[in-house]
Design a protein around this ligand. Structure first.
Ligand code: ZN
Length: 295
């Protein structure tokens, strides 16, 4: 059962995967979601998205928590670990199956091709012996979200991605299913995250509709780009921020988010810098453009 209270209080979250240490791009997402939660008098939750063991780096989940604490970004309540929530994802899957929305797919990545999944396995009876992924049927109607920074964003899922995987052939839930189930369970009211996930939002909204879950608001922040214009990512071994002073890291993230701290705040402790940021924070000041960080 979702633990959503009757009157929804603002709840935000930061949801890193433990595939490496935090880098500036993930700090920007953490800080933006933290400030939105604090400015709205809400709670800020931490969820470790550890449902992809081959991509997990041992020790990364602990390192992420230590780094957030060092930066003064303290979350509310217990950390949620997705690997402990598989029963909830299975229950959601059962709900989709009962509604006749799911079918088994035995296509290899190569069979499925690069474009939208063509629906090859739609009519096929489930083959119980072969490892199969499970796909969710999508319809022809557009699915739209209103993003607080990026504006209206719409996809016709049949054209954008086709029937998408909700349960993987390695018997783990797919990312979109886990995210949607957890956000509803935790009572998250607004999702603030990097703009690389904007195009995931219609799939997540569609899953919320299929599962009868409340629709959170969305706010996709600009991405920190690397020297070559690609998104910083843990997998690309972007420089972790742990070597820099906490105040330096926060100031750099704040500048990136359009909130340059005043000169006299620069040497301040993280808690003082965050207090200044909470007093100054306004979404209207956040630039839309993904770009390289200024110094
Ligand atoms: Zn297939």
């Amino acid at each position: 059962m979702p633990r959503t209270p009757a009157v929804a209080r603002y709840r935000g979250r930061f949801a890193p995967s433990p595939s490496g240490p935090l880098h500036l791009g993930s700090i920007v997402a953490a800080l933006g979601s933290y400030l939105q939660a604090r400015v709205n008098g809400g709670e800020w939750l931490l969820r470790i998205e550890n449902i992809d063991p081959p991509r997990e780096l041992p020790g990364a989940a602990d390192a992420i928590q230590r780094e957030l604490v060092r930066l003064g970004l303290e979350w509310d309540g217990e950390v949620c670990f997705q690997a402990q929530r598989v029963a909830a994802y299975r229950a959601a899957l059962a709900q989709l199956e009962a509604a006749g929305l799911v079918y088994a797919c035995v296509c290899s990545r190569r069979d499925a091709g690069l474009g939208p999944y063509p629906g090859t396995c739609r009519g096929r009876a489930r083959a119980p012996s072969a490892p199969a992924s499970l796909r969710l049927r999508v319809g022809p109607a557009p699915v739209t979200i209103q993003d607080r920074l990026q504006g209206g964003y719409s996809q016709i899922l049949a054209q954008a991605c086709g029937d998408f995987v909700v349960w993987r052939a390695d018997n783990w839930p797919a990312y979109h299913l886990a995210v949607v189930v957890d956000d509803a369970w935790a009572g998250v009211t607004e999702i603030v995250r990097g703009a690389d996930l904007l195009d995931s939002s219609p799939r997540q909204r569609y899953l919320q509709q299929c599962l009868g879950l409340p629709a959170p608001r969305y706010c996709h922040l600009p991405l920190v780009l690397d020297l070559d214009g690609s998104k910083l990512s843990k997998l690309a071994l972007a420089a972790p921020v742990a070597g820099n002073s906490a105040s330096m890291v926060l100031a750099q993230a704040l500048r990136f988010l359009g909130h340059p701290p005043p000169t006299d705040a620069l040497g301040a402790a993280p808690s003082a810098l965050l207090a200044w940021a909470i007093s100054a924070w306004s979404l209207a000041q956040v630039p839309l453009q993904s770009r390289r960080p200024e110094g």
